[in-house]
Ligand binder design. Sequence first.
Ligand code: AMP
Length: 224
Amino acid sequence: MNKHKQLHLILLGAPGAGKGTQAVRLSAKLGLAHIASGDLFRQEQASGSELGKVAKSYMEKGLLVPDEITVKMVLGRMRNPDCEGGCILDGFPRTLEQARSLDEAMAKEDKKISQVLYIKVSNEELLRRLSQRWICRNCQAPYNVVEMPPKAHGRCDHCGGELYQRPDDTEETARKRLEVYFNQTMPLIEYYRKAGKLVEVDGEQSIDAVEKDLVKVIESGAGA
Ligand code: AMP
């Protein structure tokens, strides 16, 4: 595929903002690979790899995995053939260092980030959502057990996998993750705003309405 037709999107927002939910929908709609750094780390943990063990020690405390490890993992994943037409990055980058490394690595291949879609949600709403979130052990699909429960109790609608509450979604760790987000990830909003790539979407609407806004923004090419 002509690399100028590639679409590289970043979904930016706090834990619980709905990045994963929207990334799954956009990926199906636009035919783009969905790369979620948190999912990649959870898969590494499930496989018992060394990388998984290192990641776990940070994740269980609500802290970020070091940049060097994270950047290497995500850039490696972006080289897979399913990313030829571009990809949707969900949960990456999360620090300025990661954002700069991503820009540099892409520039070397004459590629660039097309748009950064910032899904904005208030702090109180984020904590409420995280405490109600359960995910599929198999395909990682997220559910809100109060507002968006699965059809069959404890089972994923998509693959029938077992649902569980992430250990880092408990209140104490969720609070820590939000603090980490405000300190380490929020500066990316300014970074991408200055680059003319940031577009903000109200993440407190219904899931369908947020998706509609995101699709509108992507189709209009705003920020690209
Ligand atoms: P998530 O599933 O995106 O909420 O990520 C879960 C956890 O994985 C985070 O709290 C971090 O410990 C780790 N993680 C995921 N993405 C990154 C990233 N881009 N940089 C550093 N750590 C990450």
